[in-house]
Design a binder for this molecule. Sequence first.
Ligand code: BGC
Length: 761
Amino acid sequence: MTVTAVFSRCTWPLLCAIALVAGASTTARAEAGRAAIDERIERLLSQMTVAEKIGQLAQVNADEGKISGKLRAAIKAGEVGSVLNAVDVATVNELQRLAVKESRLGIPLLMGRDVIHGFKTVLPIPLGQAAAWNPDLVQEGARMAALEAAASGVNWTFAPMIDVARDPRWGRIAESFGEDPYLASVLGVASIRGFQGDDLSRPGAIAACAKHFVGYGASEGGRDYGFVGIPDVELRNVHMPPFKAAVDAGVATFMAAFSDVNGVPASGNRFLMRTVLRDEWHFPGLVVSDWESIIDMTVHGFAASKKDAAFEALSAGIDMEMASTAYRDYLAKLLAEKRIDQDTLDTAVRNVLRVKFRLGLFERTVTDPSAYPAVASAANFALARRLTTQSLVLLQNRNEVLPLARASLRSLAVIGPMADDDYEQLGTWIFDGDPALSRTPLHAIREMAGPHVAVRHVRAMETTRTRTTAAFADAVAAASSADAAVLFLGEESILSGEAHSRANIDLPGNQMDLVRAVKSAGKPVIVVILAGRPLTIEPILAAADAVVYAWHPGVMAGPAIADILFGVESPSGKLPVTFPRMVGQVPIYYAHRNTGKPPIPSAFVHIDDIKVRTPQTGMKNKSQYLDAGYEPLYPFGYGLSYTRFAYSDIEVVPARARVGVPVTVRAVVKNVGKVEADEVAQLYVQDVVGSITRPVRELKGFQRVHLKPGESREVSFQLSADDLAFYGRDMQRATEPGAFHAWIGGSSTAELRADFELTAN
Ligand code: BGC
């Protein structure tokens, strides 16, 4: 921000002057800090042998967290820069001791771990966290996870995953913040801030890792590790923005995607890693490969040998090799043969050392767990409960069967394979989680319902994939004798996550039949779904009076779900990803292009109703599926509440402005129902005509507000030129003048609209 910009916004000139001086001195301090680090790096680098330099680029897996004789010797010889998957604090301290005390130059180790959604206190999977649309809580969650992990000596997490994920078949959608570049950017930055804090060198701050650069979420067919074919303009407008935001937020490290991106695997992709990441974005941090992704390039058919793979990766700018040893085995030869030069090697080493200096590892290598807050503490569980409660999305609530009225409730049937499974509620990537800490829905319901409610539990299916119906009769009997039935369905943790893609995303096994069977008991049926992805749940909607989507909610699944079922809290989660009606609609996302022949309701005839011998053009030629229409089951941003919200008075000020002058979009949101609740107000914008076609809508802002019945609040969003910029036909990022539509409302189908215009001058 320039001086004039600061003063022009200043109401209190003196305070602003002080702030400015303080700001200037903070910047000066940061610059001095950077210069001091650079000097230390150069000093160290000048003492290093080629072998020691190559050692810094090696990340070695600690098999089952143990220190093998081989690992011990390698660290002492200065051949290891980082260890991953050691989390026992005594082991970590010993590894660091070997590096610092027994290697020639005493360079400490980066200790990496996948701290993806909590450490001991397992939070909702990232897709669930995204459904809370609450960056503050995501940041607090990451901070909590960082502290828990740091107490074990971990100083680097491979998170956040900020791949834009538009395919629910892809198992790793669970680890994503969903389909939208803006939401993923905001939540990615929030996690980076949580992990890293303001100052990486403070105890409890750990280095974050923006992964997987880039396009991994667009794996062909939703099959993990699949080919990624994306035009550069889409890469830049859709998949790169969260990564650019991560760089701007000071993320310490990046991880390359496994993906073959447009024919060049990310681990050997100079355009991505050098042109974009370094030359354009000036990323000063460390880039790590993914697990063996360097040697995978021989399998991709991009490198003829591991040696060539090492050459391609280092030349592309991959600083550290995870798990495999192509760098260790071939970099010295490549250097001797002059295929790579000294400077390329030194730059990679500098990037590794810089993170170590920034983390303050040279000053503080021993971890003393007693210096950290307790892990899995009551405070951490309380945070997990808040985040989980806000992540639950109410999809359907016929006849307002929810919330359950505790006062009049006498009996409840709790049914299904996910009702009391302490492991499966945790989700994918829970290396350090402990199912014994989980509070299951069944337990929490029993506790919250109190002694006057008879709770009968029938598991009904051994797993979500069970095909027998033998226990259904018990479930129906339990439902018949209860005031209501709550079914806990979904998919086990192992059905999503890395390498766990699905081609059919229905509720597995006989779960759909179970819902129908329970419905035959004639009681209200409430379905709670625990899953790592959107599932195609349309077939159960007729039988389920209410549906709550809980994702994999983590340790506090039970209390959070009970809070919603009994109305202690009103649901406030909103979908971070579109729910398809059928898998054949995938990819389906709200920010799609209009096409030249967009669908209209009057032109849709369902396949069952098409008359025989309808002429070829008799159905008006619109972009739709004959069997699935053109709409999703639930749109992005959707989620019900126990109250209702009304939006009004939208305006854009100024409604006409020069490009570069910020405009403000505002509207009033009012709680017109009977209970107090949170609402996530969302702003969408359409750039009506562009040098390349623009999405029909794009999320540009959101705000979580809490409103009492009858209360209203103005929500207001400022849009700068940058917020409206995109890469156009000439591949330059710019804000193009012209007409814009803006909508504010409770989902991506919001109808309250105001228009504005940006002029060239
Ligand atoms: C995953 C990464 C992860 C790494 C280390 C890989 O298989 O793709 O996301 O960080 O393993 O566990």
